[in-house]
Design a protein around this ligand. Structure first.
Ligand code: TIH
Ligand code: FE2
Length: 303
């Protein structure tokens, strides 16, 4: 949801009202006519929805429920072993279904009493500033489609499994929820595209792909790791760097592969002190200052 247009497949609505989703050349569903039609149908429901109305209810097929079930069951033991306890405790508190795809209104019904967050429907890409602006109002723009059944372990394109099992469980932690809200509020404070991108990149290397030490082990708390069984198996073997805002805000990443460089917080306290405080305070000047520091340290080339 960060590099819009790259992360999510573009959606176009034709004059006859039909909706077409454009999958990239390496997407496992690109030649599956049934999958393409289904993606159009689900994106169309979100496009037809307007705020204030009830969130569209999707009539999921048995095959879609089966993908949810498979991924939920594969992830559960990995979460118990390799996810940070802040996430695991929040996941148990939220108690999402594992046997069927939940509707977004059900996610809200569980989440809102815990941390006040609401899920709304997005067709796919949401402009960066809209997405973050909504986070500032504790509102999460979520896709409703499922990843292609042939590759359930990892998808380069966020789907409802990522949005709900990754972010939804994470947002049931009051501490993670507060940091996410702060990132949203930060987006409303900055004017330059550079500062907005810097915030989104710090978010990427924390709430999306962050790892954290706990009892001497490195555990996952980032939603993008927690929704992918493949990434859950691999994050322990990647390069782990200490939290470093200048580095996090400027490091390039490729969204189509497992993340080879991850930033490791020593604790939730440290995450709040470094990343949370950054989101609370960042403005155009601070983002520019951190970018200049990254250039100075040779982390990134001068523009
Ligand atoms: N790779 C994640 C998954 O398989 O669940 C989805 C993504 C999250 C962020 C970027 S892509
Ligand atoms: Fe995400």
């Amino acid at each position: 949801m960060f590099e819009e247009g790259q992360l999510y497949s573009p959606v176009t609505q034709h004059d006859d009202g039909s909706v077409e989703v454009h999958l990239s050349d390496n997407h496992p569903g690109r030649n599956d006519a049934h999958y393409l039609a289904r993606r159009g149908e689900i994106a169309g429901a979100a496009l037809a929805w307007t705020r204030g109305e009830p969130i569209p209810v999707i009539d999921y097929t048995d095959a879609e429920h089966e993908i949810w079930r498979t991924v939920s069951h594969e992830l559960a033991p990995k979460h118990e072993k390799y996810a940070h306890s802040e996430y695991v405790v929040a996941k148990h508190a939220l108690g999402l279904p594992t046997e069927h795809v939940p509707q977004l209104h059900e996610v809200t019904e569980r989440l809102e009493p815990i941390t006040g967050w609401t899920y709304i429907a997005a067709p796919g890409l949401v402009p960066l500033r809209d997405f973050y602006g909504d986070l500032g109002a504790k509102t999460f723009n979520s896709t409703q489609y499922l990843r292609h059944g042939s590759e359930p372990l990892y998808t380069p394109e966020p789907d409802i499994i990522h949005e709900v099992i990754g972010h939804g469980n994470q947002l049931a932690s009051p501490r993670f929820a507060r940091i996410t809200e702060a990132a949203g509020k930060a987006s409303l404070r900055v004017e330059t595209d550079e500062a907005m991108k810097f915030i989104a990149d710090v978010f990427w290397f924390s709430m999306e792909f962050g790892v954290m030490r706990e009892h001497g082990e490195v555990k996952a708390y980032g939603a993008g790791i927690l929704s992918s069984t493949g990434e859950m198996d691999e994050f322990g073997h990647m390069e782990h760097r200490a939290l470093d805002l200048a580095d996090m805000g400027t490091l390039n990443y490729d969204i189509t592969h497992y993340q080879p460089i991850l930033f490791c917080a020593e604790s939730v306290d440290e995450l709040e002190d470094v990343v949370g405080t950054f989101f609370d305070e960042v403005d155009d000047d601070l983002a520019a200052k951190l970018r200049a520091e990254a250039v100075e340290r040779g982390l990134v080339e001068a523009p």
